[in-house]
Design a protein around this ligand. Structure first.
Ligand code: FAD
Length: 451
């Protein structure tokens, strides 16, 4: 028999209001379960944030739907909600060295050689805990590239991997943690109007069930599963009870929550040892396009000193994206630069970014007025105490499995990008974790109702 208080205790408390929570809440509420969502900040979205810059919607957090295809978990849901997801246009990349674009043949040589080197590093027999990624990549480049000058360019180009990795390549000293994932297969796509269009539609559909209560500015500080009938969440504003809890807060904030009883040792060590990468976006929007028809640039370093924000940018590889329908440039600030730029003001970093873009992409005779942004935006994911960085990186499948495992006889579960094995670090990971947890929670609640 279900416990007599089951009729008054809400079914589920979901902690956190990001993409994982949206999918979990949507799925459970559609099945008729009652869900309370506790979000620490004053907005839902987490590491998803579509901002408006000079009248244009720009994604300041996640932007691409990776591995998109008809079987992608967001495909059917977005059609049902009437939200369009379209494939991203073909990239027309350029590599910039000393303020000039390399000729297409040299750029293609560098790109092909690095792609091969990455594949070699993934398959390497030297895939061991004592072999650095930089060393393996360099060995491969040395064997495929002719000419000292091209090899020097290719060596600098390796650090274009820093931004997607969330850590400098030099710090990848254990190859067993690199490139083992088999993420969803398909092309990159974009949500028309920005990721928030889809995210808001998912929440609205969940709220329309009448089964969901969202409580914002409710930071979870502790979770108790000591009572066998109800689970208790304490927030900065009070206490709430439910039959089951799913905690979807990011990995880097998980350690700020007290668990009673304490979490199993394996989970505690996975929380302490799994890396969270760094990535920020610096977005500049202009009156009109002044950089031509390329939509993707890699700017190679021109110096090694760091005496100003501009020098910090000039001493790192900068991956830059341009947009098809609006005159905007976006620099993916790599982790090394993010660390060094922490001592400069937002204004200093934004000004430095705009100058580097103008000099690197506009050449000597760039029209200064056109290359002065109308608006700029610098993200602060590292400073935000509800995210504390970008995403999970440089980890092992064992760590992610430990992060994923539910405890307290299935009454306390864990979701979020850091709990999905092959797709960690992405929206896909968050979405898949939401679907996984919804299935597990529904199973638990069915068993509970039947007993
Ligand atoms: C700059 C950047 C670019 C990215 N680009 C892409 C991309 O192009 N494609 C892609 O697939 N992925 C991208 N990602 C990754 C993607 O954004 C994340 O993987 C995904 O949004 C994570 O969703 P989540 O639900 O796991 O976590 P989150 O979105 O972080 O949600 C967790 C929620 O928990 C809340 N919270 C935290 N602590 C507490 C607490 N104690 N109590 C209550 N609530 C709490 C947070 O405020 C947040 O709302 C990017 C990330 C960044 C930072």
């Amino acid at each position: 028999m279900p416990h007599k208080s089951d009729s008054i205790i809400p079914d589920v408390i979901v902690i956190g209001g990001g993409f994982s929570s949206a999918i979990l809440t949507h799925t459970l509420s559609k099945q008729g379960y009652t869900v309370i969502v506790l979000e620490a900040s004053e907005r839902l979205g987490g590491r998803l944030s579509t901002i408006e810059l000079n009248g244009r919607a720009i994604d300041a957090g996640c932007s691409f739907v990776h591995g998109y295809s008809d079987s992608h978990p967001l495909h059917a849901l977005s059609s049902e909600l009437g939200v369009e997801i379209e494939y991203a246009g073909a990239t027309k990349p350029a590599i910039i060295s000393n303020k000039e674009a390399l000729d297409d043949a040299t750029a293609a040589t560098l790109q092909t050689a690095l792609t091969k080197a990455i594949e070699a590093a993934k398959d390497s027999k030297t895939h061991t805990a004592h072999n650095s990624l930089k060393k393996v990549l360099l060995e491969s480049l040395e064997s495929t590239i002719d000419g000292k000058e091209t090899l020097a360019l290719a060596t600098a180009y390796i650090n274009s991997l820093d931004a997607p990795l969330g850590m400098p390549v030099e710090e990848v000293t254990d190859l067993t943690r690199f490139g083992w994932e088999k993420p969803l297969d398909g092309k990159d796509a974009l949500v028309k109007g920005g990721y928030a269009v889809l995210f808001d539609a998912i929440w609205q559909s969940a709220l329309d069930t009448g089964k969901v209560t969202v409580l914002k500015e409710q930071k979870c500080v502790s979770i108790s599963t000591k009572d066998k009938v109800k689970t208790i969440v304490s927030t900065t504003r009070g206490q709430l009870e439910s039959k089951v809890i799913v905690c979807t807060v990011p990995l880097s904030t998980l350690s700020t929550i007290e668990f009673h009883p304490p979490l199993p040792a394996e989970k505690q060590s996975a929380i302490a040892d799994t890396r969270v990468g760094l990535l920020e976006k610096l977005i500049c929007t202009y009156k009109k396009n002044w950089w031509g028809d390329r939509n993707s640039f890699t700017i190679l370093p021109t110096r090694s000193t760091h005496h100003s924000a501009k020098e910090v940018l000039e001493s790192h590889v900068l991956n830059v994206q341009a947009f098809e329908n609006h005159p905007t440039l976006l620099i993916y600030l790599p982790p090394g630069a993010v660390r060094l730029l922490a001592m400069y003001s937002k204004q200093e970093v934004e000004n430095a970014g705009a100058e580097v873009l103008a000099e690197s992409l506009g050449g000597a005779d760039v029209d200064k007025k056109s290359a002065t942004p109308l608006k700029t935006h610098l993200t602060t994911w590292k400073k935000d105490s509800n995210s504390n960085g970008a995403t999970t990186t440089y980890c092992t499948p064992q760590q992610l499995r430990a992060l994923q495992t539910a405890v307290a006889d299935d009454r306390l579960g864990f979701g979020g990008e850091h709990t999905e094995i092959d797709n960690h670090g992405s929206v896909n990971g968050a979405v898949l974790s939401g679907l996984r947890e919804a299935k597990r929670v529904a199973g638990y609640l069915e068993r509970r109702a039947a007993n």
